[in-house]
Design a protein around this ligand. Structure first.
Ligand SMILES: Cc1cc2nc3c(=O)[nH]c(=O)nc-3n(C[C@H](O)[C@H](O)[C@H](O)COP(=O)(O)OP(=O)(O)OC[C@H]3O[C@@H](n4cnc5c(N)ncnc54)[C@H](O)[C@@H]3O)c2cc1C
Length: 371
């Protein structure tokens, strides 16, 4: 009988773990969403929602390597490591218990209005995506708070595509993108300025009491450094106020900040058959296993654990600086920033001839059926 792997959270990384596990296991992927709702490229999602949906909102049935994987729409409410079970609350409110031989915790984080663990239909995901984009694009002056990749992506995409709008980007350090190489920070700052974004370094916005940063606001923004208040038609909060989706995870698996304790093999400390990856996994100081092929490593390590052959597990390695695309596809193509501070650009003509069809769809996702 095939060994059973349950994947708790079937988002960007959980889905890729399933794709990398291969056909030798019975795999169950559990998600409150009926399809992949990627956490990537908020700038593109808000400024070009139809284009974003083509690559980042995808029915599970389109992935060739998910053939044979059972997906279950529901919210995991408990894990019992002794019984090796996950209890799932389904959409109709009933409960279902799933047994596992190996468990992957990849439940991500809740962040702003764009990433959450709400049980939703495809229609509702589409509606929310379109509504958020329309709200933002109706505004003439837009404030974006928070200097991470999400804030920079939205500011850059808005300014590039909508030259008539005034885009104001507030962040608490001297430059955007903390955690990235200094050369990348310089390069992103230059790009934002040349796109016409108004930059406000050293501006730490005061988060109103009780506000979860999960919706746009229109009230004046105050700053803890005493700078003048600022009022825009609409304000997007991308301050990294994220909370790990950990309600169902036993407390001894979590560190002091609520993320899952991961060892060098992306296994949960103290549990030989529980693994973790993605934004929930405390794998390194940037929690960057979503970006550093953690899903590929888990495909190997879970196989090693469940196999009767003597296969050695691989260790997870992460670079000292964050890396990746910040702005997504632009008029001149897609730039990927490297951990060492350099960057390379896929020219525009390669995006739909080489990058997405070959590098992304064939190499990363191992094949996607046509819509
Ligand atoms: C191939 C790839 C390329 C990337 N490139 C970049 C890049 O260029 N630049 C960049 O900045 N970032 C990049 N990233 C990183 C990315 O932005 C995020 O880090 C990534 O989306 C996090 O994935 P995740 O699986 O941890 O979380 P998510 O994709 O959010 O998935 C978590 C899932 O778990 C579900 N869930 C939550 N609670 C429960 C529960 N109780 N029961 C069941 N399900 C639950 C959630 O609803 C969600 O569906 C990349 C990631 C990947 C995989």
């Amino acid at each position: 009988m095939k060994k059973r792997v349950v994947i708790a959270g079937f988002g960007d990384t959980g889905l890729l773990v399933a794709i990398n596990l291969g056909k030798d296991f019975e795999i169950v992927g559990i998600s409150p969403k009926p399809c992949l709702v990627s956490g990537q490229e908020l700038g593109m999602r808000l400024t070009q929602p139809q284009a974003w949906k083509k690559d980042y909102l995808m029915p599970f049935s389109r992935y060739k390597h998910l053939h044979g994987v059972r997906t279950l729409q529901g919210l995991i409410t408990a894990i019992d490591p002794n019984e090796r079970t996950a209890t799932v609350q389904l959409q109709d409110g009933s409960k279902q218990v799933e047994h596992y031989d190996a468990l992957v915790i990849s439940s991500g984080v809740t962040n702003g209005f764009w990433r959450n663990n709400a049980l939703e239909s495809v229609a509702s995901i589409n509606r929310q995506t379109d509504r958020a984009s329309q709200k933002l694009l109706q505004a003439q002056s837009i404030a974006i708070i928070g200097g991470g990749a999400t804030g920079a992506s939205v500011a850059g995409n808005l300014a590039e595509r909508y030259r008539e709008k005034s885009v104001h980007f507030f962040f608490s350090e001297q430059q955007p993108l903390p955690g990235y190489h200094p050369k990348v920070r310089n390069s992103v700052e230059r790009h934002l300025l040349s796109a016409g974004v108004n930059l406000y370094p050293n501006h730490r916005a005061v988060i109103p009491d009780g506000f979860q940063c999960d919706r746009f606001t229109t009230e004046p923004i105050a700053f803890s450094g005493g700078q003048d208040r600022f009022t825009a038609d609409i304000t997007l909060w991308a301050v990294g106020k994220m909370s790990p989706n950990n309600d169902f995870i036993p407390s001894d698996m979590l560190n002091d900040t609520g993320f899952v304790k991961a060892d060098a093999f992306l296994r949960v400390d103290g549990y030989e058959n529980v693994f973790t990856v993605g934004d929930i996994a405390a794998s390194d100081r940037h929690r960057s296993s979503a970006r550093n092929w953690g899903y590929r490593l888990l495909g190997h390590n879970i196989r090693a654990y469940l196999s009767t052959k003597n296969i050695r597990m691989k260790r997870y390695e992460s670079p000292p600086y964050r890396w990746g695309s910040v702005f997504g596809v632009q008029n001149d193509g897609l730039r990927v920033f490297q951990p060492q501070g350099s960057s390379f650009r896929f020219p525009r003509w390669t995006i739909h001839t080489l990058l997405f069809p070959l590098a992304v769809r064939k190499m990363i996702y191992k094949g996607i059926y046509k819509a």
